[in-house]
Design a protein around this ligand. Structure first.
Ligand code: PLP
Ligand code: SF4
Length: 352
C-alpha cells in the first residue's frame, strides 16, 4: 500500500485562521451560494494560492463529474497546502484516471434498483428514496459519481409513484431520503414530499442523509427550518463530515437550529487516505461533532468505484484504527465501521 505523503497539516494544527465571514452570502440565500460555487479547477487553485500546474483530471472525465466546491467550504481550507484534508476531498486529481483493478463503475449495485420509482427497499423496515442526483459539493470518493441521472427520480409526478409504493407496504416504518443530497431540492419540493410521507400511517420515522449543513450551512435557513419543524414523525438527520476542520461556526449554528427543530443528529464519515486515517484525526472529528450535538454513526470504507482508488484506506488499517479509537474514546464516540457489499441484505459491519 502506498503511503500518503507526510501532510504538513500535522505541524500546523492549531494555527488555523478563524473562518472568514460568509454573512453577505447567507443574506442573499443558499441558491446564490450554490451558484457561486467553484466549478473551474483553475479558479479554485488561484483562490487557494496553489500551484496552477497541479495535475488535474482530463477534460472528458471531469465533464462526467465536475469540480464543485461552495466558497464557504473552500474558505475552511488552508491556503497553499495541497494536502489540506478538505481540499483532498474535492480536488479532481489526475490520479482518478489511473486504472485500478477491482474498482468498477457501479460498486454497490444500486443503479438497477433505483431506476424504477426511485425507491430502494433492500433493508427490512426501511425504504430509501433517491430524491435527486444533485449535490452542493462533489466529493471525489463518492460512489454516486457514476449514477446515470442528474435530476430527480422519485420526484417525478409530485412523488406519487414513490409515495404509493411506501404506502402499500406497512412493513416499512422508516423512510430514508438520500440522493445526491435531498436538501438540494427546493423547500417547495421537500414540503410536498414531507406532507405525502406524513400521510402514510405506518411511517414512524423520517431520516435524511445530507452533507449540506456541513458544506453549505446557508441551506439551513428559516424557510427550511419551518418545514423541518413541521414534520410530525420522529426525525433523524445523518450529516456527513470527514474532518474536524469542516466544522466551523456556521456549521455549528446550522446544527443548533436543526436540533432545536426536533431533529436528532448523527454523522457518517468516509475513511479517506490523507484526510482522516489517523486516530488523532478521527478522535478530534468525533469530539468536535459531539460538541455540536452530533453523534458518530458510520465510518465507511471507500466504495470501490472507478476513480477512487487513491482515496482508499486498506481494511486492515481501518480495523487497527478502530481498535485504537475504541480503546481511547467513550463508546458513544466510536462509529460503526461499514462496507457496502453488492447484493447483501444489509450493510456489513466490520468488527475489529
Ligand atoms: C445504508 C442503507 C440504509 C440504512 O441502513 P441503516 O443500517 O439503517 O443505517 C437503507 N437502505 C439502503 C439502500 C442503504 O444503503
Ligand atoms: S455530498 Fe454525498 S452524495 Fe454528494 S458527492 Fe458528496 S458524498 Fe456523494
Amino acid at each position: 500500500m502506498i503511503q500518503a505523503p507526510p501532510s504538513p497539516k500535522k505541524a500546523r494544527n492549531g494555527l488555523q485562521s478563524p473562518c472568514p465571514p460568509t454573512r453577505s452570502e447567507s443574506a442573499r440565500g443558499w441558491q446564490h451560494a450554490l451558484r457561486e460555487a467553484f466549478t473551474r479547477p483553475s479558479d479554485l487553485l488561484a483562490y487557494l494560492e496553489l500551484d496552477p500546474t497541479l495535475p488535474v483530471l482530463d477534460f472528458e472525465r471531469l465533464r462526467d463529474f465536475p469540480l464543485r466546491v461552495p466558497r464557504g467550504f473552500a474558505a475552511r481550507m488552508r491556503k497553499g497546502d495541497p494536502f489540506d484534508p478538505l481540499f483532498v476531498q474535492v480536488w479532481p486529481s489526475a490520479r482518478e484516471a489511473e486504472p485500478a483493478p477491482g474498482f468498477v463503475r457501479d460498486a454497490v449495485g444500486d443503479i438497477d434498483a433505483a431506476l424504477g420509482d426511485g425507491v430502494l427497499h433492500k433493508y427490512q423496515g426501511r425504504a430509501l428514496l433517491i430524491t435527486t442526483g444533485a449535490c452542493a459539493v462533489h466529493c471525489r470518493y463518492c460512489f454516486r459519481r457514476h449514477f446515470p441521472y442528474s435530476e430527480s427520480l422519485a420526484a417525478r409526478a409530485h412523488w406519487q409513484p414513490a409515495l404509493e409504493r411506501l404506502g402499500a407496504d406497512d412493513s416499512i416504518s422508516e423512510a430514508i431520503l438520500s440522493g445526491g443530497d435531498p436538501l438540494s431540492l427546493s423547500d417547495e419540493r421537500l414540503g410536498e414530499l414531507f406532507e405525502g410521507l406524513a400521510g402514510i400511517r405506518h411511517l414512524r420515522r423520517l431520516r435524511i442523509h445530507t452533507r449540506q449543513p456541513v458544506v453549505l450551512p446557508e441551506r439551513v435557513d428559516a424557510g427550511l427550518l419551518q418545514i423541518l419543524r413541521a414534520v410530525p414523525m420522529d426525525k433523524v438527520m445523518v450529516l456527513h463530515a470527514n474532518h474536524a476542520q469542516e466544522l466551523d461556526e456556521h456549521v455549528a449554528r446550522a446544527c443548533r437550529d436543526l436540533r432545536e427543530s426536533g431533529w436528532m443528529l448523527l454523522n457518517q464519515s468516509v475513511l479517506l487516505r490523507g484526510v482522516n486515517d489517523s486516530t488523532a484525526d478521527l478522535r478530534s472529528l468525533h469530539e468536535r461533532l459531539f460538541g455540536l450535538g452530533v453523534l458518530p454513526y458510520y465510518l465507511h470504507l471507500v466504495d470501490r468505484v472507478e476513480g477512487t482508488a487513491h482515496h482508499e484506506v486498506a481494511e486492515h488499517r481501518a480495523r487497527q484504527l478502530m481498535k485504537e479509537l475504541s480503546s481511547s474514546s467513550p463508546g458513544y464516540l466510536v462509529p460503526r465501521l461499514a462496507r457496502e457489499v453488492p447484493g447483501e441484505p444489509a450493510k456489513s459491519w466490520l468488527s475489529w
